[in-house]
Design a protein around this ligand. Structure first.
Ligand code: DQA
Length: 758
């Protein structure tokens, strides 16, 4: 314990984030410059995609014979204890706060009579045992989770659970993005896609499974006309186990270039409703289906979102027609996204579509977002202009899903040719001391190539003692943004850089809420002011001393090389990387109301952790190794510093679910004994929610640790351990989204950095 006291006696230097010189601004996401403007979340929320409390009902897991273990996994993922019961009638209000398991054979007797206000029922079915799920249970449970025992994908279970229970939803975040794409897979069997799924999905925000194109082999060597629900369920499961992207479930009818027969609309309902039960994020519902059916699907969509779909292959469709407006109106009634797709005859009709798009947007601002493209070669131009869920293909797919479909790289190349995607210089700014072992430059180049983006990427170094040394990279016409590894205080940047402090008419660069609260920025995003509601005058206009809100210190800056109407926004991507790593195998509710121990030698190293903890609703943070400045503490969960052995013992003796559950350490190998001590102190006690493994996250660079790697020590003490590489990969996903506006899946980042996930 001497080490604890020694460390506590000499608290490390604290950064002093606090009030900012630039007030956060709300940034409107309508953009002109194609995909280059990022989506940023300002204001006091954490932004789209952050955890919600979700469904409060008792979660009942219906499990198969010999599969009782799955109940404890659900409970662990949700951070709850569990009980076994014999029937739904035994589940009362006393079971609140628990996960309850009921054997499938028992659940059948009263599943449809359960009290739905108190209970949410999930039918968990293991597909590897040779039997399809029980039809009665499938039909009557709220949701159905299909899984394989070996390999078992815990991440898939965490994702399914978080989604169906409303704790995580990506829809809002996706709709805030300037451009979204989905890849239409056209495989007869998704197994063929799995080896390439990482590369196939670079640039995609969602993956469409074309259920009508699946071909289920039959015993006689032929294929069933409509793949069975059991086959489709397994295909959805296999795909979801391998991609973290939201899925789109499509049963395209024969009249609209698909293979699903149209003589029985009830069949569509059956498949589409089952997809909702499987927790598929987007359900494609064709407009020709009877209205009562579309309404019912919309009203019972749970966490899923409905994408209304309309295709016209007649060649007679006209965008400037009352029919087109009527299609939009009817689609909007029961949709979260309206999709309208038509064959056109002349290039001019692409402009008619653009007029239609802008008209419905201005006349019906409350209507769902419109995804609209034209088919065929003539219609390709419209595929470059559509911004909401543009369907894309990939050279590795067996066939294109519709005439004229383009890949993301082709769309970007076209935008680039049209001058809509000017070449930019994007930087990775490291300090010499921190130069990362990961070869990020080749990785970024790989992504830019794969996406057909014209940008140039370079890793550059800043002087560690001089934050202003980043100025020359940013103050240039072609500056396209940068990530910084490590990030640093925006106060120190503004103090040291006349260029940055002169921005926004002298009030400094814009800050996102995360960067403001955390005090550290690690990403610089470039946004043209045409896309912003900001009232500030363009930073490129040299400010005269008497016009500026300049504080009189330092020189007045007259030499901005940024193009007119450009805003630089400082953001923090690391906190999202931390949150994503912590929720990879656990639902957010596993953290809510619990406490954490954070070890660091400066508050700067802990600031992003605090922000992630707040988003996860952690109730209390114990700190060791640093003092938390009040500006940081104000925006964090309640903090208690371990100042003595007694305070440590007090935390160890907490006997309920508020006992420390997660340890995050940013300490390097020189403090390994202290990290080890904390792991042992909290690993051995406090397991009162006994089925739940605690979490250890090591933020210090793994490469610097030798065999005493604390992750290994933590695993031996019963923790689930995550390392800096996990956080770095998730942070890279976020940085890419911010800098180039496109989604590069986590699995691709891990793969490209030399470690496959599977
Ligand atoms: O609705 C659409 C759009 C699409 O038809 C296209 O035109 O790219 C391709 C389909 O797979 C998808 O379901």
């Amino acid at each position: 314990m001497a080490t604890v006291q020694q460390l506590l006696a000499s608290p490390g230097a604290t950064g002093s984030p606090g009030s900012t010189s630039g007030s956060p601004k709300v940034i409107k996401m309508e953009i002109e410059r194609a995909s280059q403007s990022p989506s940023l979340h300002n204001g006091n929320a954490f932004g789209g995609g952050t955890p919600q409390t979700g469904d409060h009902r008792v979660v009942v897991i219906v499990y198969g014979q010999g599969q009782d273990l799955i109940v404890s996994v659900f409970a662990e993922v949700l951070g709850k204890p569990y009980k076994m019961r014999d029937s739904f009638k035994d589940v009362g209000h006393e079971e609140r706060g628990h996960v309850v398991g009921i054997l499938a054979a028992d659940a059948k007797s009263d599943v449809e009579f359960r009290n739905s206000e108190n209970v949410v029922a999930i039918n968990a079915h293991c597909t590897g045992l040779g039997m399809p799920p029980d039809l009665h249970l499938s039909a009557h449970c709220d949701y159905e989770f299909l899984y394989t025992e070996s390999p078992f994908f815990r991440r898939d279970l965490a994702r399914f659970t978080s989604f169906v229970l409303g704790q995580i939803s990506h829809h809002k975040e996706l709709m805030e993005k300037p451009r979204t794409y989905f890849i239409s897979t056209t495989f007869p069997d998704v197994r063929a896609a799995l080896p390439n799924i990482d590369i196939l999905t670079v640039g995609a925000d969602a993956v469409e499974i074309r259920v009508d194109l699946l071909r289920e082999p039959l015993a006689d060597g032929s294929f069933s006309q409509v793949p069975s629900l059991a086959y489709v369920g397994e295909q959805v499961m296999l795909l979801r186990q391998r991609t973290e992207l939201p899925l789109i479930f499509t049963t395209r009818c024969t009249r609209e270039n698909g293979r699903f027969p149209m003589d029985d609309p009830e069949l569509y309902y059956k498949y589409l409703y089952r997809a909702i039960q499987w927790g598929v994020e987007y359900i494609d519902v064709e407009l020709w289906l009877p209205e009562h059916m579309r309404q019912k699907l919309y009203e019972n969509r749970g966490s899923s979102r409905i994408m209304s779909a309309f295709h016209d292959f007649t060649g007679n469709f006209r965008w400037p027609s009352s029919y087109a407006y009527d299609v939009f109106r009817r689609s909007s009634q029961y949709a979260d996204i309206v999709k309208m797709i038509a064959i056109i005859n002349e290039h001019n009709e692409n402009f008619e579509l653009e007029y239609f798009r802008s008209k419905v947007r201005s006349e019906h601002p409350e209507a769902p977002p419109l995804s609209a493209v034209n088919m065929g070669e003539t219609g390709q131009f419209s595929r470059t202009l559509n911004k909401v869920f543009t369907p894309v293909t990939h050279p590795l797919l067996p066939i294109i899903a519709a005439p004229g479909q383009m890949s993301t790289a082709e769309i970007n190349a076209a935008l680039s040719l049209l001058g809509q995607l000017p070449k930019k210089n994007i930087y990775g700014i490291s300090s010499v001391a921190s130069r990362s072992a990961t070869p990020l430059a080749p990785f970024y180049e790989k992504c830019l190539n794969e996406l057909g983006l014209p940008h140039h990427f370079a890793i550059v170094e800043r002087h560690p003692g001089n934050p202003g040394s980043i100025e020359p990279f940013c103050n240039q016409k072609g500056f396209g943004g940068a990530y910084l590894d490590p990030g640093f205080s925006h106060h120190s940047l503004i103090k040291a850089s006349p260029f940055f402090s002169s921005l926004n008419n002298g009030s400094g660069p814009s800050l996102t809420e995360a960067a403001r609260v955390i005090g550290i920025f690690d990403t610089i995003v470039v946004q043209s002011a045409s896309s912003s509601t900001s009232n500030s005058s363009p930073p490129s206009v040299p400010s005269s001393p008497h016009r500026r809100a300049h504080d009189g210190h330092g020189p007045v800056y007259h030499h901005s090389a940024l193009p007119p109407n450009t805003t630089l926004i400082l953001d923090n991507a690391s906190w999202k990387g931390i949150m994503s790593a912590l929720t990879r195998d656990l639902a957010p509710s596993a953290y809510a109301g619990r406490s954490a121990v954070v070890l660091a030698s400066t508050s700067d190293d802990a600031a992003a952790v605090f922000y992630a903890m707040k988003a996860l609703r952690i109730a209390k943070i114990y700190t060791i190794g640093f003092r938390t400045p009040s500006s940081l503490a104000r925006n964090a969960p309640p903090i208690e510093q371990f100042i003595s052995l007694e305070s440590l013992q007090r935390a160890r003796s907490v006997a309920d679910e508020t006992a420390p559950f997660v340890i995050v350490s940013a300490l390097g190998p020189d403090k390994s004994h202290l990290v080890g001590m904390m792991i042992r102190a909290f690993g051995a006690v406090g397991g009162h929610v006994s089925n739940t493994k605690k979490v250890f996250l090591n933020l210090a660079d793994e490469a610097t640790w030798n065999k005493s790697d604390p992750g290994t020590v933590a695993e031996k003490s019963g923790f689930t351990a995550y390392g800096a590489a996990d956080v770095a990969a998730f942070t890279t996903v976020e940085s890419l989204r911010l800098l180039i506006g496109q989604n590069v899946p986590y699995s691709f980042v891990r793969l490209a950095s030399g470690r496959s996930l599977f």
